[in-house]
Ligand binder design. Structure first.
Ligand code: NZQ
Ligand code: ZN
Length: 388
């Protein structure tokens, strides 16, 4: 049975090869001062920066730059961004980049008009914004996080080795996001596949909870099949527009709040991966792939029916003459083969994690109870050891 819920998504999307021109429709809705938020310079190399600046100037905007947003944006950078936006008297924060830039823009947006330290307020005390929020727009250059159409904003604190996400409400979601699949084509292959695994795992996190007949699970299966099919094409030929555009759109639907409706949702792979990320600063999608199989193999007996359904519906496992456990296992083996084929990290050691970090990573792992098994600390340690 579907649980009770409300549903609204506040973000307007423009999708396609010509979608950047719609920035002209959005800009007049906001005041003159625009803070352009971007990362380490990929948008200067691939020309997106010049195209965006041209449109901002044509619309008479004062442009203030906030560059150097790193993958896994830090609390220190967030504080710097708040100061830049304050000085600029920002009317719009325009993030141009991947999930890190979009997340960061959201975290800045709720902190510009707030006197508290943003890390303490939103990531330690988990308070909700109680000040004016600066609108955020996003021009996405990497498919993966779904940040373009959700309220998530993940920040890393290197001092405390913590990586924590705050999921804000609809008032913090980007007002608009521009998705041009061509913009993702300059991504190095490793980043592309990390993004693909992130998408896939977002769907898994929502799928692996509950036992009911839920339309969200039907949608999840369709999305998973699309991601698998298109990822194999994109890995073979990264220039394939059809595959890249399907991946980009699937990423948005994987985490724009739709397929979690009526479900409790799991999110333990993300909790384990994020905790490992706090120690290694590794690429987000790779931290997830590194812990996934030990985690799913461990919880499989507790959610056997769903893992069997996953095997048959998503991976096409032939169930004839097999026990439920055999079928479910074959599904996870098929997933493992696919992960190896696309080339994601298969363990935490590849990402720089070492045995002596395990206790610390386990301490930093937030334990959630929406999935098939609420882990205890020893089980977290065991899964992390298995993931090394
Ligand atoms: O910094 P630049 O130079 O732009 O380079 C980036 C970065 O090095 C590069 N890149 C992005 N687009 C490119 C490109 N390089 C060439 N061509 C392009 N078109 O890719 C690298 C990674 O970018 P990043 O934005 O860090 O990747 P991603 O989109 O995976 O975002 C990761 C962050 O999002 C958080 C993660 O924890 C991590 O901090 N997440 C946010 C979520 C949300 N809002 O709901 C959910 C996710 O589970 C995730 O936790
Ligand atoms: Zn993720």
């Amino acid at each position: 049975m579907l649980g009770s819920f409300s549903y609204k998504n506040a973000t307007k999307l423009y999708f396609g090869e010509d979608s950047l021109k719609y920035l002209n429709d959005e800009l007049p809705k906001y005041g003159k001062n625009v803070v352009l938020i971007y990362g380490g310079g990929s948008i200067k190399k691939n020309g997106i920066y010049d195209s965006v600046i041209e449109i901002l100037k044509a619309n008479g905007k004062n442009v203030f730059e906030d560059a150097g947003v790193m993958p896994n944006p830090t609390a220190d950078k967030l504080r710097e961004g708040v100061n830049i936006a304050k000085k600029a008297n920002a009317d719009l924060l325009l993030a141009v980049g991947g999930g890190s830039c979009c997340d960061y823009a959201k975290a800045v947006s709720v902190s510009v008009h707030c006197d508290d330290d943003p890390w303490d307020k939103y990531y330690k005390r988990f308070e909700e914004p109680d000040c004016d929020i600066v609108p955020v727009g996003c021009i996405l250059t990497m498919a993966g996080t779904g940040s373009e159409m959700n309220g998530g904003a993940v920040i890393t604190n290197h001092d405390t080795k913590e990586k924590i996400g705050h999921v804000f409400g609809e008032e913090v979601m980007p007002k608009f996001s521009i998705l041009n699949p061509r913009f993702t084509m300059s991504l190095p292959k490793r980043q592309m596949v990390a993004g693909i695994y992130d998408i896939f795992n977002h769907i898994c996190e929502q799928y692996f909870s509950g036992e009911d007949d839920n339309v969200s699970d039907d949608l999840a299966e369709a999305l998973m099949k699309s991601v698998i099919r298109n990822s194999l094409v994109a890995v073979e030929n990264p220039e394939d527009y059809e595959a890249r555009s399907n991946i980009m759109w699937a990423a948005t639907w994987a985490l724009n709040t739709l397929i979690s409706r009526g479900k409790s949702t799991d999110w333990m792979v993300h909790m384990l991966g994020q905790a490992a990320g706090g120690y290694t600063d590794a690429t987000h999608g790779m931290t997830l792939s590194a812990v996934s199989l030990p985690y799913y193999r461990y919880i499989m007996p507790y959610g056997l029916n769903k893992f069997k359904r996953f095997a048959v519906e998503v991976w096409g496992v032939n169930s004839e003459g097999k026990t439920d456990t055999q079928i479910a296992n074959e599904g996870l083996c098929a997933m493992e083969d696919w992960m190896k084929k696309i080339g994601v990290a298969m363990n935490l050691s590849e990402l720089g994690a070492t045995e002596d970090m395990i206790e610390g990573i386990a301490d930093a792992t937030i334990i959630l109870d929406g999935g098939y098994k609420t882990l205890n600390r020893q089980e977290v340690v065991n899964i992390l050891k298995e993931s090394l």
